[in-house]
Design a protein around this ligand. Structure first.
Ligand code: GLU
Length: 516
């Protein structure tokens, strides 16, 4: 019988989630929505020593920003909780006991020194490194419940002697994982070791907690980063030891996100060096001197971010590149995730953002750019901001660019393109602009079409060409010759502001051409 699809994203709050992690979450989410399943957020916080305060909330905020909604999880609850592993310790103990009772696991009392000594003695024998560890041969020479008499084991346990519980790896077997992306991956148990399942602090290890939770939460598809592929044969053996093979999830290991040159895993260091970020949201590490900006703070639209992230590693059929979340859901399939790592390309990320900005309605953009406003412009009226967005949206890359590149919409220019002024400003143009200033003031309507007409009529009367006048008009209004269409810009600025800027320009240009 086909079980309802259930997937999970299971990050560890040991740091701030890199975009690679968010991409994994996105793939899980797309797959789940496509199959009308349930998507779970589980927090794997069994590594107490590496816990970073704030990292869990960061994950929730990042998923929310992306529009990746969870059906169950630490923040929304659900029928399979608790969803934080530190709240499930008792559950793991029960399952560890099951493995101990069925002979698939054993207590080990070795000290650090014992383990070191074992490794040293094995090194002398020139064995492959994988065999320096606890395994079917070495375990019989160590202090554990397989080698010590049962009475002694009981005494040690009762005396409070520190112990771990290890998995008893079967000897001489090949374990095969059928990965939905990688195909068949086989490993011989000689290359595996007796991994710790329960640590001496009473906490389960990742392997145990992960398998128990995936089983209890009825996860059908484990979609995760490929760094976990080497652990999967152990997980398969754990499912078998528990007697859960019938409901073992399908596995799909997503290849890494690579540096732009394709040489190795994309890291914060690359991002810092190349001037971009690998984090969805900005953060400041609470324990270390470390911080980073995020795609959100750089001024990416969440839909653009999601679209670009989906396409780094997953290849839709056909040439289409712009996908809404709903379209991604419809088009997604795990089989079309590439087998090799995807090179990160920040220019492509920028391209996606430009496309989304261009296609976002002006009113909506106006509200999206407001959080990026300088303090004194936070209350700019919405209709005016909407107008700015309409004129600038084709020219910007990031949301803050509306304020920085469109500064002339919010303040008269403080500097002018002097080179052009020097070339074009003379007695004739001065006479033209003096008259134009008066004429514009008297216009009954101040729309782009009307302004254009007036500027052109005046041009004819003064026998001047576009090239004599328009660059200067532009510089008076904006300080530079680049920018949105000049008549639209003038109409948005309004009669009074245009009048002020032209008057100011007349004086300033004279001063530029004839320095005192
Ligand atoms: N807690 C693991 C991590 O931090 C999850 C691996 C998995 O999805 O199984 O990536």
């Amino acid at each position: 019988m086909q079980r309802p699809v259930r997937t999970r994203y299971a990050p560890s709050p040991t740091g701030f989630q890199h975009i690679g992690g968010i991409r994994t979450a996105l793939y899980c989410y797309l797959f789940t929505r496509k199959n009308n399943g349930s998507f779970v957020l589980r927090i794997e916080d069994t590594d107490v020593a590496r816990f970073v305060p704030g990292a869990e909330q960061y994950i929730i905020d990042a998923l929310n920003w992306c529009g990746i909604t969870c059906d169950e999880g630490v923040h929304v609850g659900g029928a399979y909780g608790p969803y934080r592993q530190s709240d499930r310790k008792e559950i793991y103990r029960r399952y560890v006991q099951q493995l101990l009772d069925t002979g698939h696991a054993y207590y080990a009392f070795d000290t650090q020194e014992d383990l070191e000594a074992m490794r040293e003695s094995l090194k002398l024998k020139d064995l492959p490194t994988a065999q320096y560890n606890y395994n079917p041969v070495t375990r019989m020479h160590m202090h554990n419940s397989l080698t010590l008499p049962p009475k002694e084991v009981q005494e040690l346990l009762q005396s409070g002697q520190p112990f771990v519980v290890r998995f008893k790896i079967p000897d001489n077997e090949t374990v095969t994982v059928n990965d939905l992306i990688r195909g068949e991956v086989s490993v011989h148990t000689h290359e595996m070791d007796d991994k710790v399942l329960l640590k001496s602090d009473g906490m389960p290890t990742y392997h145990l907690a992960n398998v128990v939770d995936d089983h209890l939460m009825e996860i059908t598809h484990v979609i995760r980063g490929e760094e976990w592929l080497p652990s999967t044969p152990l997980h398969v053996l754990l499912y078998r030891a528990f007697g859960w093979t019938d409901t073992m999830p399908n596995f799909a290991h997503v290849p890494l996100m690579l540096k732009p040159d394709g040489k190795g895993k994309l890291s914060k260091r690359d991002a810092d060096r190349l001037g971009f970020t690998v984090f969805p949201l900005a953060y400041k590490h609470p324990l270390q001197d470390e911080q980073a900006t995020g795609f959100r703070e750089m001024g990416f639209l969440p839909d653009a971010f999601v679209n670009m992230l989906a396409l780094f590693g997953w290849h839709p059929e056909g040439e289409k590149e712009i996908f809404s979340m709903q379209e991604l859901v419809e088009a997604f399939s795990v089989e079309r995730i590439g087998k090799s790592g995807a090179k990160f390309d920040f220019d492509k990320a920028k391209w996606f953002n430009q496309q989304y900005i261009k296609h976002t309605p002006d009113e909506q953009l106006a509200e999206l750019i407001r959080p990026f406003a300088p303090d004194d412009l936070k209350n700019t009226p919405a209709p005016y901001l909407t107008g700015v967005c309409a004129l600038m949206k084709e020219r910007v890359t990031f949301l803050p660019d509306f304020w920085t590149q469109g500064h002339f919409f919010f303040a008269a220019p403080a500097v002018y393109d002097e080179k052009t002024v020097q070339k074009k400003w003379n007695a004739k143009t001065a006479a033209y602009f003096t008259q134009l200033t008066d004429r514009l003031c008297q216009l009954p309507q101040f729309t782009a079409v009307v302004i254009e007409q007036e500027v052109k009529t005046a041009m004819q009367e003064h026998q001047m060409g576009m090239g004599d006048v328009l660059p200067l008009l532009r510089i008076m209004l904006a300080g530079t010759i680049s920018g949105p269409p000049v008549f639209d810009m003038a109409a948005l600025l309004g009669t009074d502001e245009v009048n002020n800027r032209l008057s100011k320009g007349l004086t300033a240009f004279d001063a530029i051409v004839q320095p005192a």
